[in-house]
Design a protein around this ligand. Structure first.
Ligand code: AMP
Length: 341
């Protein structure tokens, strides 16, 4: 019997609950320190205890997954804690497209795919000496916004970078990525593309709450100026958002363009869940600064179904359940290789 496996973090509860609801077996690869938390949930059939998530690469762990006909659901923790080479070397089927995860982790490749998808991206800044407006400075990979900072000039950039290096938050030789800061309403657009139905579904929108940049907006400017610490963009949680209905057509177009570009550049394409992340400005123009080529933790807010999925499904449908449904349908029609890599 097919089972669904994932790492104990990020959105694992939603993913495994959805799998259980669809009648699949569930396996959690769990760090020993978090065992107590995950034992609370009866929908987890089997827990593989590890000291660190990289043990998923060990023969022992892969054997258990293999014996259980497991499909691994990749999420942000897998990408944050493993290199692209390590992820690509996993022999257990991975839901979606494991090859596109490299395009998510590498800033250069990411920007290329976004441009190919016609997504309006913020202007990149090649060199700190070219900073002539407000920019955001980012780290590689799915760092979750930790160690990101804003700068308005080269001096500002150097001062903040040095401060973060001395605090041990970033390393001296770490390549940083600079892009124009886009101001407006943040929106993280969540999609699911089914290679079986060849159809794109719009699932929902979330907003991320990031500390301590968000906390700064709650204090008067006088106190903000006295704040000498570099504020970070560390994600603490998410909340739901619905868009003006007049924006939905463009949302679908962006999702479809992204699916098309992924098909052309990273076979077999953008299968499964993904997210386009950006900002709506005062003219409701969207600028996209990022994509995630797998389930995002922002879908956790819709564990019982999202507003947009209630338009498509006459049952509560979480993203975790949608993934499991796709696996079930593919399995039944002997097309598992179409939804995994
Ligand atoms: P990312 O890792 O690209 O998702 O960025 C983490 C956070 O930084 C986002 O959730 C936003 O709050 C912020 N951010 C990233 N890029 C930009 C941008 N170009 N303009 C404004 N805010 C941004």
């Amino acid at each position: 019997m097919t089972s669904v496996a994932t790492l104990g973090s990020h959105c694992s509860l939603q993913v495994l609950k959805g799998a259980k609801d669809e009648g699949l077996q569930t396996i959690l690869v769990c760090e020993k320190k978090r065992e107590k938390l995950y034992r609370r949930f009866s929908f987890i059939d089997e827990i593989i205890l590890v000291d660190s998530f990289s043990e998923i690469l060990d023969k022992k762990c892969q054997l258990v997954l293999e014996q259980n006909d497991a499909v691994i659901i990749p999420h942000g923790t897998l990408i944050a804690q493993m290199t692209s080479e390590q992820i690509e070397s996993i022999s257990i089927p991975i839901f979606g497209n494991k090859w596109i995860l490299r395009w998510e982790s590498d800033r250069g490749m990411k920007e290329k795919l976004m441009r190919e998808a016609n997504l309006p991206v913020p202007t990149p800044v090649e060199n700190p000496s070219d900073i002539d407006r407000l920019v955001i400075v980012k780290r590689q990979g799915a760092a979750g916004g930790k160690g990101y900072f804003l700068a308005a000039s080269e001096n500002d950039y150097n001062a903040k970078r040095n401060q973060l290096i001395s605090q041990g938050i970033i390393s001296k030789d770490e390549p940083l990525y600079i892009q124009e800061y886009a101001a407006g309403v943040l929106a993280y657009l969540q999609f699911f593309y089914s290679p079986i139905k060849e159809e794109l579904e719009f699932f929902g929108v979330d907003q991320r709450h990031e500390s301590d940049i968000e906390g700064l907006a709650r204090i008067p400017s006088e106190q903000q100026l006295k704040n000498t610490k570099v504020p970070s963009f560390n994600v603490i949680g998410n909340s739901p958002l619905v868009l003006r209905e007049s924006l939905l057509d463009q949302v679908y177009t962006m999702g479809e363009n992204f699916v098309d570009a992924a098909k052309r550049f990273v076979s077999p394409g953008m299968n499964g869940p993904f997210c386009i992340e950006g900002v709506y400005d005062e003219n409701a123009k969207f600028t996209s600064f990022e994509f995630s080529a797998r389930i995002v933790a922002g879908t956790n807010i819709y564990m019982d179904g999202s507003p947009y999925y209630s338009l498509l499904y006459n049952e509560p449908m979480s993203m975790g359940k949608r993934i499991a449904r796709e696996i079930k349908i593919a399995d039944k029609s002997k097309q598992l290789d179409k939804v995994t890599t």
